[in-house]
Design a binder for this molecule. Structure first.
Ligand code: LLP
Length: 419
């Protein structure tokens, strides 16, 4: 459910018309709905409210905009971060350091130190050596770092290969059958409070069965660790809940997820931690674009829009599907290809799709672009960095400026021997 609806035939974000935003900010532009963010944040929170102890950490890689993080901080969400930059963002958005979880397979020593300096709530360790380094850093400074060990449960998440993370051959976590011996060694180290385990098997999971299978393995591991004398107080179940990208697509709901978690984790007696990203912000954003040309071609015509793969990379990277709809549709449909201006055939959003009839100058949106949209944008082809707008009721604000090529060039230097 989202708050992008048509009023008098014109697409609105809450009570603001998309053409009004486009007129003021230009296109392409990401538009987010505060009410939708809040709705999803509270749906998940409510679905997990019956569990004894829960910590929600928004995976800020999905949408790190400071205003978006501010909305979620007000909902009581902490952050799951994977870099020093994301850690700085979480803090800048007002998320308390103790609510920050630091994930990531390649945290540098400087990033581990930053986490210690800021006093973050938890480090999710990806390998034994990382635990040794963190323990040594913390111990040398008279600190004890709260940490859990990420395990790889070897479960097929049934999602796109590029966003699957829980198969044995993936780079993430330690093999679940080696977790006990690593725990035995790391838990002894001064400087480390190794208090639990973490998993994250992949993203855009539309069914719960792979998550359930992975959680059960974690439950067995927790029992095994306790039997070996370890104190386990925290289990981080990661993110991964999918969203509908196709109109009418059904995916597991927050309630179904909450019920499954309650059933599987019954009796674990731990604080359960979650790292949702896409579920919170996916449907809370659209990418607004203007049609430049409708170009005749050998097959279907090409609708050339002013958004491109540098603004929304998901179709080019994962063959991802995003609904395309006219902001003021006429009711007529035609079959077309949709592409951006970037000089690559990969800069194609759809081939042979039945869409609203559009013409040069019309506005349109790509839906479900609030997660892994602007955050993955680049300036390829020396295009401006796409701006972001946040709507709330009848108000809107530019929450990220369009960064122009002149600004990017301003950070480049031509050495004297080239001039
Ligand atoms: N926790 C960890 C450790 C993760 O690696 C991720 C996502 C999440 C949580 C949040 O997952 P979510 O709830 O959003 O599924 N760029 C890709 C998605 C990459 C996901 C990476 N990890 C896409 O556009 O589909």
């Amino acid at each position: 459910m989202d708050h992008f609806n048509r009023k008098n035939g014109v697409l609105h974000a809450e009570d603001v018309s998309i053409p009004a935003i486009a007129a003021e900010v230009g296109t392409p532009v990401y538009v987010y709905s505060t009410a939708t963010l809040e709705r999803h944040a509270s749906a998940l929170k409510n679905a997990l409210a019956g569990l004894p102890s829960v910590h929600l950490a928004f995976a800020i890689k999905a949408n790190p905009n400071l205003a978006v993080l501010g909305v979620l901080a007000r909902q009581g969400y902490g952050a799951d971060v994977v870099s020093g930059g994301e850690l700085k963002r979480a803090l800048a958005a007002g998320m308390p350091a103790e609510d920050v979880v630091f994930s990531g397979v390649g945290k540098t020593r400087a990033e581990l130190q930053l986490g210690l300096d800021e006093g973050i709530g938890q480090f999710n360790l990806e390998l034994e050596e990382e635990g040794e380094v963190l323990a040594d850093l913390a111990h040398a400074q008279g600190k004890t770092a709260p940490a859990v060990l990420r395990v790889n449960p070897d479960v097929d998440a049934g999602t796109h290969a590029k966003i699957s993370t829980g198969k044995a051959e993936n780079k993430f976590g330690v093999a679940i059958d080696r977790a006990l011996e690593i725990f035995d060694r790391l838990a002894k180290r001064p400087g480390l409070n190794l208090r639990g385990v973490a998993i994250h098997i992949g993203s855009q999971l539309t069914e719960l069965s792979p998550l359930e299978a992975a959680y059960k393995r974690v439950g067995e591991l927790v029992a095994q660790l306790r039997a070996a004398g370890h104190t386990i107080t925290h289990v981080d179940l990661g993110g991964g809940l999918g969203v509908p990208y196709h109109a009418g697509q059904t995916v597991s709901t927050a309630e179904e997820f909450g019920a499954m978690v309650a059933r599987v984790t019954q009796g674990w007696n731990v604080t359960l931690m979650f790292e949702p990203g896409r579920f919170i912000c996916g449907n809370a954003g659209v990418l607004v674009t203007e049609v430049i040309w409708v170009k005749p071609a050998a097959g279907n015509p090409y609708v050339i829009v002013d958004a491109a793969m540098n603004d929304l990379a998901r179709p080019a990277l994962y063959d991802a599907y995003h609904e395309f709809e006219a902001v003021e549709p006429t009711g007529e449909k035609f079959v077309a290809n949709i592409a951006g201006p970037v000089c690559e055939t990969g800069d194609t959003f759809a081939m042979g799709r039945e869409i609203d009839v559009v013409k040069s100058g019309d506005l349109a949106v790509f839906r479900t672009a609030g997660a892994y949209g602007a955050t993955m944008a680049s300036t390829y082809n020396s295009r401006a960095l796409v701006p972001e707008v946040l709507v709330s009721g009848d108000r809107f604000a530019v929450v990220a400026d369009r960064i122009q090529p002149e600004t990017i060039m301003g950070a480049e230097r031509v050495p004297e021997w080239v001039r």
